[in-house]
Every structure is written in structure tokens, then in C-alpha cells.
Design a binder for this molecule. Structure first.
Ligand SMILES: N[C@@H](CCC(=O)N[C@@H](CS)C(=O)NCC(=O)O)C(=O)O
Length: 202
């Protein structure tokens, strides 16, 4: 078994999907969380100056989605055929389009709050509706079994502070969407106060 070292800030962010997949795989890894103060120094040492980085026996891998795909293949969660893999990737990219629009680095609080609010009230519901439509009456987004999408989906909404209760979903399907939707409808937004699930480290 290789030695895995995940380098990221002390938050979920773009590392959380990697943590989810390690939890699913039941693989031990070093969850190396760095402080903002240490970041300028660490930045000089990592490829492209961005995190997360996953070191596999000292070999640094960058880009969270590429790392996620690498682990999903290990876990058999990447799609069973090449066609399914493309479908899984396409939804991951759709979720990432949404995640990438959140203004995490915005310094002005009022602008940041306004942009967050806009995305949560307008974009999140319509994305959920589209995902819902895509899922239709099927149990799974792609093919006939669980894929990494289950975790990408749960993660995308959690990272963006929409309450998702992983412990209370229907694990035999991708219908976690209904829980997300109901919580949005009932204004259960911030997930900051929710209890960590077994899949989370923080
Ligand atoms: N597309 C990249 C984005 C990486 C990225 O922008 N990471 C941010 C943290 S979420 C970062 O390193 N920020 C610090 C900086 O740019 O100095 C990925 O998914 O890994």
C-alpha cells in the first residue's frame, strides 16, 4: 500500500472529495492540514502553487478532480464502461462549474455575502432541478450502481454550506438530492453547525 499524504488547508474545500473517497476505500492517509500563515512557504514547494496536493509515495499529484478520478478508479466508482465514465465526468464538471463560481477569495464581506446569497437562492435550486431531471426515476445517476457522483454531489452542496445529512439518506440510491432540496426549501442553509458524519474529518 503506498503512503498517501494529502496537503490542504484546515477546511473541507477542494480536498473533501478526496477525503470522502479515502473513507469509502477505507484507506489510511496522512491528512496534512496547513495554516494560512504557513501557506506562502508551502506554496513555493508544490507544483503550480495550488492545493490540494496528494503525494503518493512522495510523488505530488495536483488538481482535486484528477486526484478524485484516480481514487474513484481504484474504488470502482468511476463508471463501469468508457461511456459511463464520460457521463460521470460530465456531471462532476457540471458540479464544478457551480462550485467554481463561489467567491471564496473575495475580500469585501458585503460583496461576498451578496454573491453567496445569489448563488444559493437562484443557482443552487436550478442546479438541483437539473440534477433531479437527469436522475429521473432511476436509482443511480449513471449505470446501475453507485459512482463517485454520490460523493461529489453531497460534497458540492456541503462545501457550499447547504445542509446535507448523509446519515439520513437513502444509501441505496443517489436520491440524496431530495434531502438537499428539502433542506434548501426549509432554509436549512449553513452546514457549519451540523455534526460531522463518519466520512468527514473536521
Ligand atoms: N482546480 C484546482 C483549484 C486549486 C485551487 O485553486 N486551490 C486553492 C485552494 S481551494 C489554492 O491553492 N489557493 C491558494 C493560492 O492560490 O495561493 C483544484 O481543483 O485542485
Amino acid at each position: 500500500m503506498p503512503h498517501y499524504k494529502l496537503i490542504y488547508f484546515n477546511m473541507r474545500g477542494r480536498a473533501e472529495i478526496i477525503r470522502y473517497l479515502f473513507a469509502y476505500l477505507d484507506i489510511q492517509y496522512e491528512d496534512h492540514r496547513i495554516s494560512q500563515d504557513d501557506w506562502p512557504t508551502v506554496k513555493q514547494t508544490v507544483p503550480f502553487g495550488k492545493i490540494p496536493i496528494l503525494e503518493v509515495d512522495g510523488v505530488p499529484l495536483h488538481q482535486s478532480l484528477a486526484i478524485g478520478r484516480f481514487l474513484a478508479r481504484e474504488a470502482g466508482l468511476a463508471g463501469k464502461t468508457e461511456l459511463e465514465q464520460c457521463q460521470v465526468d460530465a456531471i462532476i464538471d457540471t458540479l464544478d462549474d457551480f462550485m467554481s463560481r463561489f467567491p471564496w477569495a473575495e475580500k469585501k464581506k458585503d460583496i461576498k455575502d451578496q454573491m453567496f446569497n445569489e448563488l444559493l437562492t437562484h443557482d443552487a435550486p436550478s442546479l438541483l432541478q437539473d440534477l433531479d431531471l437527469y436522475l429521473g426515476k432511476k436509482d443511480w445517476f449513471v449505470g446501475n450502481s453507485v459512482s463517485s457522483l454520490r460523493y461529489h454531489c453531497s460534497n458540492a452542496f456541503k462545501v457550499n454550506f447547504i445542509f446535507v445529512d448523509d446519515n439520513n439518506d437513502n444509501s441505496g440510491s443517489d436520491n440524496i438530492l431530495y434531502i438537499v432540496k428539502n433542506n434548501l426549501k426549509n432554509n436549512r442553509q449553513p452546514d457549519l453547525v451540523s455534526k460531522p458524519t463518519s466520512l468527514e474529518q473536521d
